[in-house]
Design a protein around this ligand. Structure first.
Ligand code: HXC
Length: 258
């Protein structure tokens, strides 16, 4: 299958998908979203492919969704845009491990694409951010949710509300990338990781990905509800009676586990 906007290559059990619109810093347009969707579909059916690497050609990974294409679109048109709107979900649900190899820019939908992957390597010099606010929109490919889960509310709010980008080192210390590698070595390092993963037991690898992913699946409302139930449950314990009584009597509590 020939693709216009991406390049697909193989190194044994590892498939490499390269975003290939370097003239637009690999901005995601409808054609690229369609190409990626088709490529992922065929790779998911191919048992000889054990792990994917996604990277970008030219100056960077991906500078987001294509602003030129989106500029003239109404909300109804965007909502009906098919793979342009669903590509992030498609990547996020892909069953085999994906390593994102970043360089240059990972902005907006580009960062969101990276966050749909399982391991993120960033070359020194990569700028990561959610600049959508600068163009009067907000992230729509999962950025408000995945970035918040990755870096926490306050860092995510700063990035999303100001539109400022952060460096690869800042991203690594915030937990947004797995590792920073020397400039120019992101693909090489990603391939090493991908080949290591590809050498492991395939079913265990799939289930490991599922299990780790499920750690993130609960929503905040679910979490708060669960917390409240547990909190109320504790009001029926003797240790709660003892703990509060001891506090009021200014003495250490004696807990019995009842
Ligand atoms: C379309 C883009 C683009 C984009 C860059 N280009 N980003 N085209 N969509 N997102 C094009 C430029 O227009 C230019 O084309 C060429 O790529 C090189 O870009 P320059 O701006 O000349 O490069 P530079 O000065 O190095 O600046 C790089 C940059 C800047 C900082 C990354 O290009 C930039 O700010 N891009 C926009 C980033 C952004 O706002 N992303 C979020 C998009 S919204 P010409 O033809 O002029 O040479 C989004 C929403 C996702 O992602 C929603 C998902 C549902």
């Amino acid at each position: 299958m020939e693709y216009q906007t991406i390049a697909l290559s193989r190194e044994g059990p590892v498939a490499v998908l390269t975003l290939n619109r370097p003239e637009a810093l690999n901005a995601m347009n409808s054609a690229m979203a369609r190409d990626l969707t088709q490529a992922l579909e065929s790779l998911s059916k191919d048992d000889s492919v054990r792990c994917l690497v996604i990277t970008g050609s030219g100056k960077g990974f991906c500078a987001g969704a294509d602003i030129r294409e989106m500029a003239g679109m109404s909300s109804t048109e965007v909502a009906r845009a098919g793979s342009l709107l669903s590509i992030w979900e498609t990547v996020g649900k892909y069953p085999k491990p994906i390593v994102a190899a970043l360089s240059g820019f990972a902005l907006g939908g580009g960062l969101e694409l990276a966050m749909c992957c399982d391991i993120i390597l960033a070359a020194q010099g990569t700028k990561l951010g959610q600049p959508e606010i600068n163009i009067g929109i907000i992230p729509g490919g999962g950025g408000t949710q995945r970035l918040t889960r990755a870096v926490g509310r306050y860092k995510a709010m700063e990035m999303i509300l100001t539109g400022s980008s952060i460096t690869a080192d800042e991203a690594a210390s915030a937990g947004l990338v797995s590792r920073v590698v020397p400039a120019g070595q992101h693909l090489q390092e990603a391939m090493k990781i991908a080949q290591t993963i590809a050498s492991k037991a395939p079913i265990a690898v799939r289930l490991a990905k599922q299990a780790v992913s499920s750690a993130e699946e609960g929503t905040l409302p679910d979490g708060l509800k669960h917390e409240k139930q547990l909190f109320l449950l504790l009001f029926s314990t003797k240790d709660k009676e003892e703990g509060m009584k001891a506090f009021l009597e200014k003495r250490p509590p004696v807990f019995t586990g009842e």
